[in-house]
Design a protein around this ligand. Structure first.
Ligand SMILES: Nc1ncnc2c1ncn2[C@@H]1O[C@H](COP(=O)(O)OP(=O)(O)OP(=O)(O)O)[C@@H](O)[C@H]1O
Ligand SMILES: [Mg+2]
Length: 298
């Protein structure tokens, strides 16, 4: 049975961040408890109703990829049983599939994006300038076309309500230093390339993905946050892929399509989503988890 959780409540633990999706608690100076809720955001606004089980699916997908790519890049997960860190009396079943204990890292202040295909803000920037994050691309590429090789396109994390900003690698080097920038770029492309090949064998194209990194007290780099989920990546069913159109995405398409039919100005609060749209969206997250990780949660 999947569980539903819009907002976590763990009395006695120090809540340090309530993000759009995750609630983050400090367990100590060097450990966090991250809880993925069932909140859904669209156009950067958190919508009023949850997608039941979504946080569990996100956590299970991330854990799957963290495990699969640990030989390439160390990640933030710690092997600490949840029962040891949850406050006494907590409903373990509500948290066990959606919460993880992690290293508490110092975030590298860029979103590390790898792109194998030209879509979204990448396509927009290319159409306007012929380049993307300072990388000049061949002329005449079409929307959703595969790039000659995957590229690393950092963006800066925007303040709440703002959209992230694509930046050049040189800007990233200025912000974090050449050594760290180089490590992040290499790790991002290594993870993307490995995962894209893995997904391709299962009929899914990973068009692009966003990773986050952090460093520990000694300066060692880890990949953190979430990994290769429908929230952080564009997954396309390979059999529906065509160059020149924006392929249907795996997850939020139903919600976005429905929202476009509403008289809503894309600022909070968002409209209540109908049950039918919720159910179809939940099914999509479940499908991604099953197709990629071979896991079913129901
Ligand atoms: N191991 C880690 N150490 C420190 N911070 C982490 C770690 N893993 C993830 N984070 C941070 O925890 C937060 C997760 O929350 P969530 O993804 O819901 O936030 P968000 O809405 O995407 O972003 P924002 O931080 O702007 O609210 C992010 O800010 C992420 O950078
Ligand atoms: Mg996030």
């Amino acid at each position: 049975m999947s569980t539903t959780l819009l907002q976590s409540n763990l009395p006695g633990l120090e809540l340090i961040h309530r993000g759009k999706v995750r609630d983050v608690y400090a367990l100590s100076d060097d450990r966090l408890l991250m809880v993925a809720t069932d909140r859904l955001s669209a156009f950067d606004v958190v919508l009023p109703n949850p997608i039941p089980g979504k946080g569990e699916m996100l956590t299970q997908i991330s854990n799957f990829w963290f495990g699969k790519t640990a030989h390439l890049v160390p990640n933030h997960l710690l092997d600490v049983p949840l029962a040891e860190v949850l406050p006494p009396g907590t409903d373990l079943a509500l948290y066990e599939k959606r919460a993880v204990v992690t290293r508490r890292l110092k975030p590298v202040p860029v979103e590390a994006i790898a792109r194998g295909y030209l879509i979204g803000s990448g396509w927009k920037d290319y159409r306007a300038t012929g380049a993307l994050c300072g990388i000049t691309l061949p002329a005449g590429l079409q929307q959703a076309q595969q790039l000659p090789e995957p590229i690393f396109t950092p963006s800066t994390k925007a303040a709440v309500g703002d959209h992230d900003q694509n930046v050049s690698y040189a800007v990233m080097v200025d912000a974090v230093g050449a050594d760290l920038a180089g490590q992040v770029r290499e790790a991002t492309l290594a993870i993307y390339q490995w995962a894209a090949a893995y997904a391709a064998e299962r009929g899914i194209i990973i068009a692009d993905t966003k990773l986050e990194f952090g460093t520990d007290a000694s300066g060692k780099l880890y990949v953190m946050d979430e990994m290769l989920t429908p929230d952080s990546s564009r997954f396309w069913p390979a059999d529906e892929y065509r160059v020149g159109i924006s392929p249907p995405s795996y997850d939020k398409q139903f919600v976005r399509d429905w929202l476009e039919t509403q008289d809503w100005n894309k600022t909070a609060p968002g409209p209540v989503i109908p049950d039918e749209v919720i159910a179809r969206t939940a099914a999509k997250y479940g499908e991604a988890l099953h197709k990629l990780a071979g896991i079913r949660l129901d």
